[in-house]
Design a protein around this ligand. Sequence first.
Ligand code: PMP
Length: 422
Amino acid sequence: MAALETQLTELQKQYDDFKTLGLQLNMARGKPGSGQLDLSAGLLGAFPSYKLEDGTDARNYGILNGIPECRNLFAGLLGINADRIIAGASSSLNVMFDTMASLCLFGTGGGKPWHYYKFEGTPVKFLCPVPGYDRHFTICEELGIEMIPVPLLEDGPDMDMVSELAAKDPLIKGIWCVPLYSNPEGVCYSDEVVDRLASMETAAEDFRIFWDNAYGVHHFEERTPLKDILAACESAGHPDRTYYFFSTSKITFPGAGVALVASGEKNINELKKHMSAQTIGHNKLNQLHHVQFFKTPEGIRHHMELHAKELAPRFQMVLDWLEREISGTGYARWTSPKGGYFISLYTKPGCASRTVELAKNAGLTLTPAGAAYPYGNDPEDSHIRIAPSYPSLEELEKAMKLFCICIKLAATEHLLKEEKEN
Ligand code: PMP
């Protein structure tokens, strides 16, 4: 106990010293840093022409599903059939919300609108691999879809649990997936997981996989392969099971790039019908500029190598600090992703909220503890999402020094409390 008290006093002093610096650091969201944004500066310049290959004037209305050259570019990049892509909105989250909302309003494949069940008093449910992306969970909350957490393992969701739940409950209508460098774990789905998702029995005929491949080309070094879910669903006899989402938010400019949804033929026709009531067409000039800027899928891949050069040192710095300050203490464990935007850190149970609070009070804003769980409820109060992309390396160094003190301080407070109680 005495040793812990001495440690607490020492850590408290280090923490108080930090507080006097009046820092204002932010590692809350996965925002690209300014160096990354500068890589796409060419998109802000003048473009050679506003004519499409077939002579269409891109300045005018039309082409609801996106200009062919843009769909072809992403088809080549992602290995998807260009006819099954609707491209053009500027945020994939927006497309996910609209897709979910149209399922609630209209249903799919002749099934009842999902909100029918809500108004009958038995809302539909979605499987949510955890930890996961907080904004997916917000979509469900906003639309009144119940969320069932499922553990995310090293190679994807716990498929034994997913298959069992999906097979027995017709109100389970789907699952959220971030299949490459998942937010926030950095998990990449194995071929086996992709195949099981595509082929599993589901009690709901209108079961849908929301496949958010937000980090599909965001490798640091080696390119981790990802099995083609749309092809796997097709060969398993479920061609319309998956909606595949992607965007250039973390390739060019967040919220000002190009987003897409791809799916089976029936789903795409349904979506186009709803979309045609919503808009006459998306921003074709932006689509064309992206095509003119990148030219080929290889152009995008090369661009992502430049992003990796910005991101990898930031991730390394976080990992180095954790290794140096925390490893061997038993106060936390963390992930070492090979791409994407996040590192997950697990404190001792009961310490995550306190760690985040301490950081906040000393000027470092982190994602709220628990945010990566449905309803913000991390039952262990242990998970913290680290987003190293936005701060400069200099700021990150300060942020990590402070963060490590906060981890140790929260753990020491917790241990002392436990000792006093025993
Ligand atoms: N999906 C995931 C998994 C994300 O992490 C993010 C951004 N943080 C988004 C979607 C948002 O994408 P967009 O900007 O295209 O809406």
